[in-house]
Design a protein around this ligand. Structure first.
Ligand code: PMP
Ligand code: GLN
Length: 381
């Protein structure tokens, strides 16, 4: 059958490809971002309790009220912004669905949407399905992948509908500073540009720094969808539960799409998460937990011929392999699996025009013994 694809440029994601290759070769999988350890037994028990208590039918379209309230409370406590749990917080099927729903809700054919490169892989397909045009602005890889706000400003035209941001940034780990938030306020002020802020790594910021959520700024929050995901925070990427906080007019539009994409999200998981989230220690200990893993892995990488870049947040670290090879990133990553038994993600493909900089991404959301096994193999590279 001759079907004209709506997404002709889209293949299988690099994360899926590298995970399959890792399995095929019995490699240590530091490619796709997911923990290889279990979630908290208390959260497991809460899920079982929710099922036993009969929370097994459709949840309310916008999400279980207790979970929306817990998210609103947390956002007020951490970022000083009070979202109305009834009208401004929505529970989604992971961040991926929140992003797709938000983009479909506000982007019309012909609209321009600014994305920063390297770009998380789901953004551009979301824009294309909405009929929008992605406009690419590179992050400054010479400054730890910091955004160049003047380049963002220069990319804004009368057709710009949405600016998509992701900080802490996957794959670079760059975290916004307070000065970045101010610069961003300045860039979008007096424009009609909406913002989608993907903050799935909000609780994985290191070295004692606070996460600079866009929710902290009244000016930015008033025009933003702020998206997060419990997958990253509670080691449950397979549960696929996320959230979107946005002012009521934006949330109304988001929900118009959301209710016909999924209608509602997994009910028992929402009940379990509402109870688990109410205890701040459950996410408060995350920075120290992952910082110890970062330090273990980065110290190990420093003893190899790979050069780790700075990692201020997320559970990914970039490594420069230019001392080892001049191969393109995808070839090097394939060889790393086949010859050395470690999977990583080439990041050149996260740019519209593949940008070869001899860098691969490692995920350190792994047990310490997994990280040590990977380092042992990487020491032979
Ligand atoms: N955005 C970013 C930046 C991510 O890294 C991920 C997942 N790794 C997602 C969105 C998707 O999150 P979820 O699994 O909750 O859909
Ligand atoms: N976001 C995860 C990563 O960056 C992967 C999620 C996926 O495979 N879609 O590795």
């Amino acid at each position: 059958m001759d079907i004209e694809s709506k997404l002709p440029g889209v293949g299988t994601t690099v994360f899926t490809v590298m995970s399959a290759l890792a399995t095929e070769h019995g490699a240590v999988n530091l490619g796709q971002g997911f923990p290889d350890f279990s979630c908290d037994p208390q959260l497991q028990a809460l899920l079982a309790e929710a099922v036993a208590a009969g929370h097994n039918q459709y949840a309310p379209m916008a999400g279980v009220a207790a979970l929306r309230e817990a998210v609103a409370d947390k956002t007020a406590r951490l970022y000083g912004r009070s979202y109305d749990a009834g009208r401004e917080v929505t529970v989604t099927a992971g961040a991926t669905q929140a992003i797709m729903a938000a983009v479909l809700a506000v982007v019309r054919p012909g609209d321009e949407v600014i994305v920063l490169e390297p770009t998380y892989d789901s953004y551009v397909p979301s824009i294309l399905l909405a009929g929008g045009t992605p406009v690419y602005v590179p992050l400054d890889h010479r400054r730890g992948y910091a955004p160049d706000w003047e380049r963002v400003r220069a990319a804004i035209t009368p057709r710009t509908r949405l600016l998509m941001l992701n900080f802490p940034h996957n794959p670079s780990g760059y975290c916004l500073s307070a000065a970045d938030l101010q610069a961003l306020e300045d860039v979008v002020r007096d424009t009609g540009v909406l913002v989608l802020s993907d903050e799935v790594y909000e609780h994985i910021v290191f070295d004692g720094k606070p996460h600079q959520s866009l929710a902290r700024s009244a000016e930015l929050a008033a025009r933003s969808f702020v998206v997060s995901s419990f997958g990253k925070t509670f080691h449950i990427t397979g549960w696929k539960v996320g959230t979107c906080c946005a002012p009521a007019p934006l949330t109304t539009e988001l929900r118009r799409v959301h209710q016909f994409m999924v209608f509602a999200v997994n009910t028992p998981a929402q009940h379990a998460l509402a109870r688990f989230l109410a205890e701040p220690a459950h996410y408060g200990r995350l920075p120290a937990f992952y910082q110890a893993k970062r330090d273990l892995f980065v110290a190990g990488l420093q003893r190899t011929r790979l050069r780790p870049l700075a990692c201020p947040g997320t559970y990914f670290v970039l490594a420069d392999y230019s001392a080892v090879s001049t191969e393109p990133e995808a070839d090097f990553a394939q060889r790393l699996v086949r010859e050395f038994g470690v999977a990583a993600i080439p990041i050149a493909g996260l740019y519209a025009q593949p940008f070869e900089n001899r860098i691969v991404r490692f995920c350190f959301a792994k047990r310490d013994d997994t990280l040590r096994a990977a380092l042992e193999r990487l020491s032979r590279v």
